[in-house]
Ligand binder design. Structure first.
Ligand code: AMP
Ligand code: ZN
Length: 664
């Protein structure tokens, strides 16, 4: 190989690794190996400037300084979007569309509305030639040097791309990346940034691209502009762009009705908080490009697209008091008690303040006028203070040093945001919290017993741990407030019935820290009974699939405390299930060991949940979304089209219910 070939092959290799790491989130070599190859390429390029290539992966590290960002005209205008806030708005829009298009079937592509800074990237012959901010839609700033440092922006495309086109997207900061940036700033004594969106947008106009390169920016793409692109639908735009190497989120969905669009919107209104980045709504687009052309544009926005905004309504009100809640693990949560205010249709009196750092960061003080916001979360949060309304004699909030319930001095471990009350055996809300967890639906699911009754039973001295529930008698319970013969009987019967709850749920119910539902299942399966688990060593525990150091330590700690051992012994004597049943043992195999399944659609002979259980009982894993790690997709009727395309594009085999059963 001559030098030029060597340089080119290194460039190709690094490009592929960048793609795997930043677009697919699936690196195949270590960071160290990547750095070594990059260094090698840098060295060769420095020695041979004659082989300069503006698309070389070495240009990702930045270093170009832009003093003045040149203004450039967009070849294709960048439009705004019209906003809608309700199902009615969307239905009105659909009617307007139908009136123009006449009696044809209209499909919609739904995407999330990524909250960042919009960008237009121009590609010629597969190479990124220019990146321009939206500006006023007609012209924007040339920020190419900065955009080139964003690793999910391909400098060189793959596949069969059109010779020339613009692609539009949003530059965002992931929430994780943003938090990390702020952490570093706080450690360096600098003020943290306000929000990911403004920070992403500000990053584009930094003069030194090396600084941009250090920021965890990403580019999510959603539309293409150009001539003769040979694409007939928006959904195809997304698929094509993906195939050329762009990062295009896969949550997009093809919908046939406004009903379906609303389902998508409602789903993401709640679930968007699990996404790694911020979104502020859904963008609905008429899928067929021909329809789009027929519909055209208003002065500002396309008639064929509509933004549906999530309700992140906010209000201002006065903070009357900060109180502190103690959870079942002893974690302290500060709560803002507010002057009642109407927000997104409900009256809000309380909001979470998360932890001491959050209070300090916002500098919230009693008496302040604060901004309250309610997104998809159930508990509203305080997003800021109206400093213009602060009285001159207000003093900074001092975080409590002792437990508000038991007065024990609070502790805060290295690297943890939360303060804790360490008095786990004597602190009332920790005691009742553990019992409430024990009886909860996913644990022992005790009918006839609720959280308030637990508090009452504790206050009356009838129970001080969950084992005590099993010795309660009807006669003891009847005299309690709001109890009657019938409800007392239900309670006692409910407790008795819980003795049949299977071992893995009993294990979850014990409330061992970090042992959630899934971990409890894993442990039950691996150890089969509690006696084996109680004597398991650290090495044995971490050898179990998905059990890490933290969980292992917590399990060992739990079973080393005499009070816990005593309670477990008592529960055993009452007849609770502390080992897997004969049936469970018989039905478990390792036939699917090492395989990961995604289940989609409706099945004939088995429910989805039973199917998932069957997979787990036979040693397989169930994942919720398809990735290259998925071994098989088990597809029933009505499998989601996006799952199907995703599986196909990743080459993951799709098997039927019957084929799956055949594996067992
Ligand atoms: P607005 O700024 O409220 O007029 O909203 C329009 C902007 O939404 C566009 O300029 C894009 O920057 C942004 N946007 C975010 N996600 C999408 C998406 N999936 N499709 C189209 N536009 C989007
Ligand atoms: Zn306490």
């Amino acid at each position: 190989m001559n030098i030029e070939q060597q340089i080119n092959s290194l460039r190709d290799e690094l490009r592929e690794h960048n793609y795997k790491y930043y677009v697919l989130d699936q690196p195949s070599i270590t960071d160290f190996e990547f750095d070594m190859k990059l260094k090698e390429l840098q060295k060769l390029e420095a020695e041979h400037p004659e082989f300069y290539d503006p698309a070389s992966p070495t240009l990702r590290v930045g270093g170009m300084v832009t003093k003045n960002f040149e203004t450039v005209a967009h070849e294709h205008r960048m439009y705004s979007l019209e906003n809608s806030y309700s199902k009615e708005d969307l239905e009105d829009w659909e009617k307007r569309i139908q009136r123009i298009l006449g009696d044809v079937e209209v499909e919609f592509t739904c995407e999330l509305k990524y909250d960042g800074a919009s960008i237009s990237l121009t590609y010629e012959e597969g190479q990124l030639v220019r990146a321009v901010t939206r500006g006023d839609g007609f012209q924007g700033d040339d920020v190419t040097n900065n955009i080139k440092t964003i690793k999910s922006v391909p400098l060189q495309l793959k596949g069969d791309f059109p010779p020339k086109f613009d692609i539009r997207g949003e530059i965002i900061l992931t929430l994780d990346g943003f938090a990390k940036m702020n952490q570093e700033r706080i450690e360096a004594g600098e003020d943290p940034y306000m929000n990911p969106r403004n920070t992403a947008s500000g990053s584009l106009k930094l003069q030194d691209s090396a600084l941009v390169a250090q920021r965890p920016l990403e580019c999510l793409l959603y539309s293409i502009a150009g001539n003769n692109l040979g694409i007939s639908s928006q959904f195809e735009v997304l698929e094509k762009a993906r195939s050329w190497g762009f990062k295009v989120p896969t949550v997009a969905k093809l919908c046939e009705s406004t009903e379906e669009v609303m389902q998508f919107a409602d789903h993401w209104d709640i679930n968007r908080h699990n996404l790694p980045y911020e979104t502020d709504g859904v963008v609905v687009k008429v899928n067929n490009i021909q329809h789009q052309e027929e519909l055209g544009y208003t002065a500002k926005s396309p008639r064929w697209a509509m933004a549906y905004k999530f309700k992140a309504e906010s209000a201002t009100t006065v903070l009357n008091e900060i109180t502190y809640q103690v959870g079942r693990t002893g974690a302290i949560t500060p709560v803002a008690n507010l002057e009642p205010v109407l927000l997104a249709g409900t009256t809000v009196k309380r909001a979470s303040l998360h932890n001491a750092d959050q209070i300090a960061k916002l500098d919230v003080r009693v008496g302040d006028t604060v901004f309250v916001e309610k997104g998809g979360e159930i508990i509203p949060k305080i997003t800021g203070v109206d400093f213009t309304k602060r009285s001159v004699d207000s003093a900074p909030t001092e975080y409590i040093s002792n437990c508000p319930e038991c007065d024990t001095e609070l502790i805060r471990k290295e690297g943890e945001a939360q303060h804790f009350c360490p008095n786990d055996t004597g602190c009332p809300p920790q005691i009742t919290g553990r019992i409430q967890h024990f009886i909860s639906r996913k644990a022992m699911d005790i009918e006839g017993l609720g959280g308030e009754t637990v508090e009452l039973l504790f206050k009356e001295g009838l129970i001080s741990n969950y084992a005590d529930l099993y010795t309660l008698t009807k006669e003891q319970v009847i005299p309690l407030e709001r109890m009657a013969e019938k409800s007392a009987e239900n309670l006692v019967n409910g407790v008795a019935a819980s003795k049949a709850i299977p071992f893995e749920r009993v294990l979850f119910a014990l409330g061992i820290r970090y042992v959630g539902e899934t971990v409890a299942k894993k442990l039950a399966k691996a150890y089969k009974n509690i006696d084996a688990l109680m004597v398991a060593s650290h090495e044995e525990l971490v050898a179990v699939d998905e059990i890490g150091e933290r969980i292992a330590e917590s399990v060992i700690k739990f079973f080393s405390e005499p009070t816990n051992l005593e309670i477990v012994e008592r529960l055993k004597s009452y007849g609770l299930q502390f080992s897997l049943s004969e049936e469970q043992l018989e039905n478990q195999t390792d036939k699917l060991k090492g395989l990961t399944f995604v289940v989609s659609g409706v099945f004939e002979t088995i429910s989805r949940n039973d199917l998932k259980k069957l997979i787990e009982d036979n040693g397989g894993k169930v994942a919720s979304s398809i990735s290259s790690k998925t071994s098989f997709v088990v597809a029933g009727d009505n499998m989601g089209p996006s799952k199907k395309t995703k599986a196909e594009s990743l080459g993951v085999p799709i098997i039927s219910e019957q084929e799956f059963m055949g594996k067992l």
